[in-house]
Design a protein around this ligand. Structure first.
Ligand SMILES: Cc1ncc(COP(=O)(O)O)c(C=O)c1O
Length: 444
């Protein structure tokens, strides 16, 4: 028998949180600028596998077992940004199942490595940070392909009702109980939207005046686990009409707030917690009686490379590979911050309309075919040297180098520079940001 008061458990699964064994709620005292409004962080890394997703993985497996959907020695497959994967891996290990996770190679190395350590068959793919449902070669398509084999089962956190239900059964009741029914605002970052939907439903059933606020990042963001507005609109559980507020937070602010939470509140929170808190502080007024609960999804420890990429004063990620690769990496990194080599999405659009630049799209052909800036010529980065003959003769031609999100295109612009092109720019935010701005887009 589990004894939560003495914290003695039959197995690690007994550590999974519920109203009798909740994750902690800690009041934020230093960085909250309010006089009246109380703000609490719910520390989800106190779940046994380190994240809010432990609740979801456990509930999806339990429901699937109860309904007979999965059985002994089951092979599971799940497209995941990491946290669901790790939680599923651990639940699978505890139950004798196996797990395959197709995932984006943009996911921090720490997460991909830990999944492998946990025995997962990790299939790395070119995809956005959060799997894009429509991407033909993305994690979701790959998982669907594997799940078509009869021996595999995909629990699919994006469409499985057991995901929000996990929060209806546990997170919502915990918050209600821990605040003594005084909670007025529930704030969650948005990924699959399971947390906000399930917890929100429970809390509103107790008190319809509890406000639910969803926080999402700007296009082209680097916050793992969450989705921008256009990415959200492709997911089944995103139901904005049911939320009381939606807040967009800039990538840099999310990382800066993450730093402040660690430094000022001594809480080892990760980037999506920074984003959620920044959104809460933007959206919620300072009024007597306000009791705010912000979900802090996971801790900072798996995000060293994200932190180094986004808080540049902390230094560069340790170099790996040959001297030549290191030199190239540092050239690309410098190109990122060199405003002569990059162009923001609005300016790129103006230039495209007024000066008809030569646009090269350095992604792989499939990604290009799916959507691209009209007129962009597909020159995959690896093939660029062989395609140089097709570039304009005039080295003063205005040129744009574009990819999915503005990373690969930096290498493209350096290559163009090396050939003497003086007016080449890499489009920051890439095709994704262009599309999200509603600018003209083409597919072939
Ligand atoms: C780090 C992190 N933050 C936020 C979220 C968003 O939670 P939800 O999927 O319930 O919307 C996730 C989900 O994967 C996550 O891993």
């Amino acid at each position: 028998m589990n004894d939560t008061s003495r914290r003695v458990y039959d197995s690690v699964l007994g550590l999974l949180s519920n109203v009798d064994n909740p994750t902690p709620l800690v009041q934020l005292s230093r960085l909250v600028p309010f006089e009246h409004t109380k703000v609490y962080a719910k520390l989800e890394w106190y779940n046994p596998f380190g994240a809010v997703k432990d609740r979801v993985a456990w509930n999806m497996v339990q429901d699937a077992e109860e309904s007979g959907r999965i059985g002994a020695s089951q092979q599971l497959v799940e497209p995941t940004s990491g946290n669901t994967g790790l939680a599923l891996a651990m639940v699978a290990n505890a139950k004798g199942y196996s797990l395959t996770t197709p995932l984006s190679n943009q996911i921090p190395l720490e997460k991909r490595t830990v999944l492998r350590l946990a025995g997962v068959d990790v299939v790395e793919l070119e995809d956005s940070l959060c799997p894009a449902p429509g991407a033909p070669e993305g994690a979701i398509a790959k998982a669907n392909e594997i799940a078509n084999q009869p021996e595999f089962e995909m629990l699919n956190q994006y469409a499985n009702g057991s995901n929000p239900e996990a929060h209806y059964r546990t997170t919502g009741p915990e918050v209600w109980h821990q605040t003594g029914g005084l909670v007025t605002h529930f704030v969650s970052s948005l990924g699959t939207c399971g947390t906000i939907n399930g917890s929100g439903r429970f809390l509103k059933e107790q008190n319809p005046n509890v406000a639910t606020i969803g926080v999402y990042p700007t296009p082209g963001h680097d916050v793992p686990g969450v989705r921008s507005l256009s990415q959200l609109s492709q997911t089944e559980f995103f139901t904005p009409d049911k939320y009381d507020g939606l807040v967009e937070v800039e990538n840099d602010l999310a990382f800066e707030m993450c730093r402040r939470i660690n430094q000022e509140e001594s809480l080892t929170a990760g980037p999506s917690s920074g984003m959620a808190l920044a959104g809460a502080l933007q959206a919620i007024p300072d009024e007597p009686g306000n009791v705010v609960v912000v979900i802090f999804c996971d801790s900072i420890f798996k995000y060293a490379s994200s932190i180094l990429n986004n808080l540049s004063d902390l230094g560069k990620a340790p170099a790996s590979g040959s001297k030549r690769e290191q030199l190239l990496d540092s050239m690309v990194e410098n190109a990122r911050i060199n405003s002569d080599l990059t162009i923001n999405i609005e300016d790129a659009h103006d230039l495209w309309q007024t000066q008809k630049p030569f646009v090269i799209d350095v992604r792989e052909p499939d990604a290009h075919r799916q959507r691209h800036i009209p007129g962009a010529i597909n020159m995959p980065l690896d093939e660029l040297p062989d395609l140089a003959a097709f570039l304009p003769e005039n080295r003063d031609t205005p040129m744009l180098s574009v990819c999915e999100r503005g990373n690969l295109s930096l290498s493209g612009v350096l290559f163009l520079n090396s050939l003497g092109y003086r007016n080449a720019r890499s489009v920051t935010g890439g095709t994704e940001a262009w599309d999200e701005k509603g600018f003209a887009i083409e597919s072939t």
